[in-house]
Design a protein. Structure first.
Length: 544
């Protein structure tokens, strides 16, 4: 068809224009910034052509409105999308527009740079909100100690493989649904991302089946990389059986391909992320051994294992864990892990002040220490006291560093901690009431929105009363001698204000007294959801 027969309907002003080629799609379905029409047909008043033009303009209107609102709120990335003009598009866009009004505030993580670029892929669902969530929240939860280059590397892998991009969107949607649920959002707001997570994961599994059927062209490491993301998706939702099944399949593929030492560092990191999520759900032996290649890189390059690097930002950080009378009975291997973990917490809290290499291995060090904690009960015999402490450190790591608030797999870990603490509660009360207070404080934070929340809060109140903590200053002086730092104290106590109100604690409760200070303007609140008001912090928060 000659070019003189083509004209186009120009997009509205103030909208970024880019060229688009006509595709083999059905007539009347624009694929870019222009609507291509036949010049001769345009002279007539064909009903289908008129409808196509109206749908094109209507879709542009909805999209422009969303982009203007996103730029005004600063809550969504400026990311080009590919609208589909049809009779149902207007309704779906309108529904999505309403859904995007419930937005996440940026996570108050410790200065981790966001390295994710604005991306767009072809999908049956609007992924903008999940791209946004991944940029602000999921990427920091996945790579809490990484520089931006690591995040960019993972995104480039996803851009090259649509199957990998689908499962990343599934992880983002599941993470969003979990935090919405824990924050007390309406059930409809939670249901939408939960359903999208299932759809994205289902599409990924379909694509994976096609890949596995063509073994002659299959890249084993890329396939393992994709399956590891599926395991993460299943693990976040506490689907233990599915995670174990996929992990067994991955182990068989790795053995058939020659072992883990032949895999790249990025793939190994994902596999140990899978092992971490699987490990906090069930107390079983890790399915994957510690790879000599992975361990050697961590021990050689990680700053935590270098004698001339110390990141302790507080002279009191973790002192009670190493100097208390009860600490003398901790197993030497366990104490060594805790010592490195202390350095990691200090490093995380002072991330902005620490010189980090572009491809830092500190996130791998976090995975390595988590693996050591998970495998510790199978390396040496732990006492009930030590087992409770081990689970408490894992819980702290989940909520403070990995930011897994509200994620179902965290509920499984909290149930393990509750049962372990219940069996040794009397021992803690008599020998380590300070440690008990810290453990219950962590449990109360982590159990936000979960069935174990009331149990941890009730015992936290008793522990505060037993120690005679009458004000927040006295409570903070105890917490700071464990794995706490000044930047995070205000952040965590903000959450406890909400927990206290939800639990309906009486004004006479000692717990109310120790958590009563108003959060100052310099403190940042936890991840929470709000209507249309992005970037809101706790600076105006008044205790209920």
């Amino acid at each position: 068809m000659s070019q003189d027969r083509h004209k186009f309907v120009k997009a509205p002003e103030n909208l970024a224009i880019r060229s688009a080629r006509p595709s083999g799609r059905a007539a009347g379905r624009p694929t870019g910034e222009f609507l291509w029409v036949d010049y001769k047909e345009n002279q007539s008043k064909a009903r289908d052509l008129v409808r196509s033009k109206q749908a094109f303009v209507r879709t542009r209107h909805h999209r422009l409105r969303r982009e203007k609102q996103a730029q005004h709120n600063g809550s969504l990335p400026q990311c080009p999308s590919h609208p589909v003009a049809s009779s149902s598009t207007s309704k779906s866009d309108s529904d999505e527009d309403d859904h995007e009004r419930v937005v996440l505030t940026p996570s108050p993580q410790a200065g981790v740079t966001d390295g994710s670029p604005s991306l767009a892929i072809s999908t049956n669902h609007n992924p903008n909100i999940y791209f946004h969530h991944y940029r602000i929240h999921s990427s920091r939860a996945c790579f809490p100690l990484c520089s931006k280059d690591v995040t960019v590397w993972f995104w480039k892998k996803a851009v090259e493989d649509p199957t990998l991009m689908q499962i990343k969107l599934a992880i983002s949607a599941a993470h969003r649904a979990a935090i919405l649920s824990a924050s007390g959002a309406p059930s409809l707001a939670v249901q939408k991302p939960a359903q999208d997570a299932l759809r994205f994961r289902g599409e990924t599994i379909k694509s994976l089946r096609y890949i596995l059927q063509n073994t002659s062209t299959m890249c084993y490491e890329q396939t393992v990389f994709i399956i590891s993301h599926i395991i993460v998706s299943e693990g976040l939702e506490a689907n233990v059986d599915a995670a174990n099944m996929h992990m067994d399949a991955v182990r068989q593929m790795i053995n058939a391909a020659g072992g883990m030492d032949l895999l790249g560092h990025g793939t190994l990191s994902m596999l140990y992320s899978c092992e971490f999520l699987r490990g906090i759900m069930c107390s079983t032996v890790p399915k994957l051994d510690m790879c000599a290649k992975f361990q050697a890189r961590v021990l050689k390059e990680s700053a935590f294992f270098k004698a001339n690097n110390h990141f302790t930002i507080s002279s009191t950080l973790g002192t009670r864990i190493f100097n208390s009378p009860w600490s003398q009975e901790i197993h030497p291997i366990f104490k060594s892990i805790l010592s490195h973990f202390r350095q990691l917490v200090s490093y995380y809290e002072s991330f902005n002040e620490v010189d980090v290499e572009p491809m830092s291995v500190e996130n791998d060090c976090l995975l390595y220490l988590n693996y050591r904690l998970l495998s510790l009960p199978f390396e040496c015999l732990l006492t009930p006291f030590e087992e409770t402490l081990r689970l408490s450190v894992l819980t702290y790591c989940c909520v403070r560093i990995w930011n897994l608030f509200g994620v179902p797999c965290l509920g499984a870990l909290l149930e393990q901690l509750r049962r372990s603490l219940f069996r040794s509660l009397y021992l803690f009360q008599s020998t380590a009431p300070d440690l008990l207070f810290w453990i219950l404080f962590i449990g109360s934070l982590a159990s936000r929105g979960m069935k174990t929340s009331s149990w941890f809060l009730a015992h936290l109140t008793d522990a505060a009363e037993q120690m005679g903590l009458k004000n927040w200053a006295s409570a903070a002086s105890v917490l700071e001698t464990f794995f706490f730092g000044s930047p995070e104290l205000n952040w965590m106590i903000s959450v406890l204000h909400i927990l206290r109100a939800n639990a309906g604690l009486s004004p006479q409760s000692p717990f109310l007294l120790i958590s009563s200070p108003v959060i100052g303007p310099q403190s940042a609140g936890p991840s929470h959801f709000t209507k249309v008001r992005p970037l809101q912090t706790w600076r105006n928060f008044e205790p209920p």
